[in-house]
Design a protein around this ligand. Structure first.
Ligand code: FES
Ligand SMILES: [Fe+2]
Length: 424
């Protein structure tokens, strides 16, 4: 059993003990289920994701100078704001009585946010409680601080490090698929919320036989794809793992000749009932790989010049942020502009929407079976799911921590009765 699995058993109980047993584990995977999981126990426990990792939270272009936005990542409420070009992120939870600052955002100076309730005022750059509006002196001013999340912007995405205050974040390159940060790669994409746990998203993307759902996709004709009905791995070399200490950790599906058999014809009771798209000119992808904490790379896709990178970022236990991107190597600004236009005109509607819409509804249809966590025990995997099992093992062994009940915020409640509408 891995270190993380061993420590897992006591992490929730330990946290409860430290906090006087006050932390509810409602919504987390029950110990009676975890005890019966034979492979990837830490992964099954990570319903809210893996802690101490970098996660893409939004596209940089979505946050204008001076703009603030409330996010939830791994069950933590976070407030981000762009100040002098840089994105800052603090916990969206007032130290005084725990309310979300974002319920009514009050920023009286560029670098601060003031709690709408009693005026506790925090700096965005270091989280320090620097004043209490409406109170002249208090011993707590300057002595308390909100958690500040490390932030890095890369390839047009804002990455937030969700982890412990005393954990030094590794380089972003350790938490993104290889190649994503390459200098010449230009990245475009979209993000949407999917009503399924993040692992259901990850396993849908990495699942080698799920291409069955794409058999009528609009993308097949548009991108001239040769798309089989399924991909059947041939033995143990069909996937390999990559776990170097100074790089990202993931599992590759090897689609090389002899490793995977494409299945183009479905035969049922002796009758050929379905055919995949056999005659397309584009035989893509060459490999699909899944990386900690929650990223998939499909290379190349959907045409030889492009690579798809996508993330299934935990929002809470039931939803993930599906952050989809396509990357293209561009030698100069003109090529980047051309790719940008092609992305908007073609790849956004046909690939990230058209093709991946199939994946979104498959995940949302899968979610109810796993919602109470018993699905992890009831599922009956078959041979081609070997890569998914490998991913569960790798993630359990190499993730840097598990999001636990003591890390989670209650969902925000929108302000129901704005005072302007209240005649009293
Ligand atoms: S709850 Fe925020 S200042 Fe009191
Ligand atoms: Fe898919």
């Amino acid at each position: 059993m891995s270190d993380i699995s061993v420590s897992l058993k006591h992490s929730i109980a330990g946290a409860n003990a430290r906090q006087g047993g006050a932390v509810s584990s409602a919504g987390f995977v029950d110990e009676s289920i975890l005890e019966r999981v034979r492979v990837g126990r830490a992964y099954v426990a990570a319903k809210y994701g893996f802690r101490n990792h970098w996660y893409p939270a939004l596209f940089g272009a979505e946050l204008a100078e001076g703009e603030a936005r409330a996010l939830t990542l791994l069950g933590e409420n976070i407030l981000v704001k762009r100040i002098d070009g840089a994105v800052h992120a603090i916990r969206d939870r007032c130290l005084h009585r725990g309310v979300p600052l974002s319920t009514q955002l009050e920023c009286y100076t560029r670098n601060t946010v003031t709690c709408w309730y009693h005026g506790f005022t925090y700096r965005f750059d270091d989280g320090v409680l620097c004043a209490i509006a409406g109170t002249k002196d208090s011993a707590v001013v300057g002595r308390k601080k909100l958690h500040v999340y490390p932030v890095v912007e890369a390839k047009g995405l804002v990455f937030v490090f969700v982890g412990d205050a005393d954990f030094t974040p590794p380089p972003l390159a350790h938490d993104v698929p290889p190649g994503f940060l390459d200098d010449e790669l230009v990245v475009r994409g979209k993000a949407r919320t999917v009503a399924a746990n993040w692992r259901i998203g990850a396993e849908n993307g990495f699942d080698s036989t799920h291409i069955f759902i794409h058999k009528h996709s609009v993308l097949i004709e548009d991108a001239d794809l040769a798309l089989p009905l399924g991909l059947q791995p041939q033995g143990r070399h069909a996937f390999k793992t990559s776990v170097s200490d100074d790089g990202p950790k993931g599992v590759f599906d090897n689609f090389g000749p002899g490793e995977v058999m494409p299945v183009f014809t479905a035969t049922i009771e002796g009758e050929e009932v379905l055919h995949g798209a056999m005659h397309g000119g584009n035989r893509v992808p060459q490999d699909i790989s899944m990386w900690l904490p929650c990223a998939l790379r499909v290379r190349p896709w959907p045409v030889p010049e492009l690579t798809q990178f996508e993330w299934y970022v935990p929002i809470d236990g039931e939803q993930h942020l599906y952050l989809q991107t396509l990357g293209k190597r561009c030698a100069n600004e003109a090529e980047a502009a051309e790719f940008d236009a092609e992305f908007q005109r073609r790849w956004l509607p046909k690939a990230l929407d058209g093709f991946n819409d199939d994946d979104v509804w498959a995940r949302e249809a899968t979610q109810p079976f796993y919602a109470d966590d018993s699905g992890w025990l009831k599922e009956q995997l078959f041979e081609p799911d070997g890569n998914i099992v490998e991913w569960r093992k790798l993630a359990s062994a190499h993730a840097r921590g598990i999001q636990a009940p003591q890390h989670i915020d209650a969902p925000r409640r929108p302000r129901a009765h704005p005072s302007t509408e209240n005649p009293s």
